[in-house]
Design a protein around this ligand. Structure first.
Ligand SMILES: Nc1ncnc2c1ncn2[C@@H]1O[C@H](COP(=O)(O)OP(=O)(O)O)[C@@H](O)[C@H]1O
Ligand SMILES: [Mg+2]
Length: 356
């Protein structure tokens, strides 16, 4: 039986979080993230980018918690009204929570405890709120061994959360925001304020923290795909901070995640931009009569599109909308598929980019 160590308040000791290794990795991560922020701005219609990338993040983050969903199922779920299985619902909810959080940060400029509760509630769809019954422990899901015991008493949880929020909202901290992101993520997971959804809520807080600090304008950083690929390290390093304040490897891990995922997202955005340009040229050339910029943008905002979307975006009749989509299919820009009684039109080339 290990002794339960009390969780320290933030911030940690300066010399533990600004080692040479951390600072070296920091400079690479900052450069990559800066580049991502820049290139994201060059996409003409930001909704196109956010929709695509956020759905991917929702999928990856949920996968860390063993909620596996295929991309196709997700897009179908977004574009049709059929009842969704719980796994798909949770991914769609995660995406909703990212948008909700980004709005809150943009409108309010800080987060309150109730905003975090709202995020978690959006993901999990229940009203349990902050834990108020002791007994929550983190177990190794293979061996069943208890790896970490978070604070048990509600007062202590609230006190730690308020310290967390002070640190989160302080945009004048002299610690680099990327180092702070790693620290805050550790702290949130270790407070583990909810019965469930702590991982996913915490990963949304990461994205919001970047926006709050002006490091991104829109929620497009993809950390969960990296964490997913290096999941056992993620758990192990969180643990090492719990056990012996081993900050260096944890912070370096998170910084590396920021570098790698920024670079991947930059590549993805360039591919999306190229495809957009090609698609516009093809449509202008082969569907001259119906070509409209907004129509093509729609295919990128909704990789799974349908007549209603065209009707509402272009303000045309159903008949015209249907004709447009059919024409775009005819010239090879879309593929149609029947789901129940609905026909959806898929931007398959975009889906390929998003998948990989
Ligand atoms: N040793 C640990 N110390 C602190 N947090 C941990 C540890 N191991 C795992 N975690 C965090 O707990 C999360 C799982 O908690 P949970 O409430 O089930 O969230 P979710 O339902 O979103 O997965 C993991 O994603 C991870 O972020
Ligand atoms: Mg869970």
């Amino acid at each position: 039986m290990t002794l339960i160590k009390k969780l320290d308040k933030l911030p940690p000791k300066r010399e533990e979080i600004e080692t040479l290794n951390i600072l070296r990795q920091l400079s690479k991560s900052s450069t990559a993230l800066g580049e991502l922020k820049g290139i994201a701005k060059t996409i003409p219609n930001q909704a196109m980018l956010i929709n695509a990338v956020v759905l991917q993040e929702a999928k990856d983050s949920s996968e860390i918690e063993n909620i596996i969903t295929t991309q196709d199922d997700l897009y179908k779920a977004l574009s049709t009204s059929i009842n969704q299985p719980i796994q798909i619902k949770e991914v769609i909810n995660y995406r909703k929570a990212i948008f909700l959080g980004a709005d809150t940060i943009n409108n309010q400029g800080f987060l309150r405890q109730k905003d975090i509760v709202e995020l978690q509630k959006t993901i999990i769809e229940n009203n349990a709120g902050i834990r108020n019954i002791p007994g929550t422990v983190l177990k190794n899901d293979k061996t069943g061994e208890i790896v970490y015991t978070p604070p048990q008493e509600k007062d202590e949880i609230l006190d730690l959360l308020s310290n967390f929020l002070d640190h989160f909202n302080n945009t004048d901290s002299d610690i680099s925001p990327l180092i702070n992101l790693a620290i805050l993520h550790y702290q949130f997971e270790s407070i583990h304020p909810f019965y469930d959804g702590n991982g996913r809520t915490g990963r949304i807080l990461n994205i919001l923290y970047l926006i709050l600090n002006g490091l991104l304008d829109i929620p497009i950083l993809y950390l969960s795909s990296y964490i997913n690929k290096h999941k056992s390290e993620y758990y192990k390093l969180l643990n090492k901070v719990n056990e012996n304040n081993e900050w260096e490897n944890w912070i370096t891990y998170m910084l590396k995640a920021i570098e790698v995922t920024s670079n991947k997202t930059i590549e993805k955005i360039s591919s999306i931009k190229n495809l957009l340009e090609e698609t516009i040229i093809t449509a202008q050339d082969k569907a001259t009569k119906i070509y409209r910029k907004e129509l093509i943008e729609l295919l990128f905002e909704h990789p799974y599109s349908k007549i209603e979307y065209v009707v509402s975006k272009l303000g045309v009749e159903r008949k015209a909308a249907s004709r447009y989509l059919k024409k775009l299919e005819e010239i090879g820009l879309l593929e149609s598929q029947k789901i129940g009684r609905e026909t959806i039109y898929i931007n398959t080339k975009l889906i390929e980019i998003l998948k990989n």
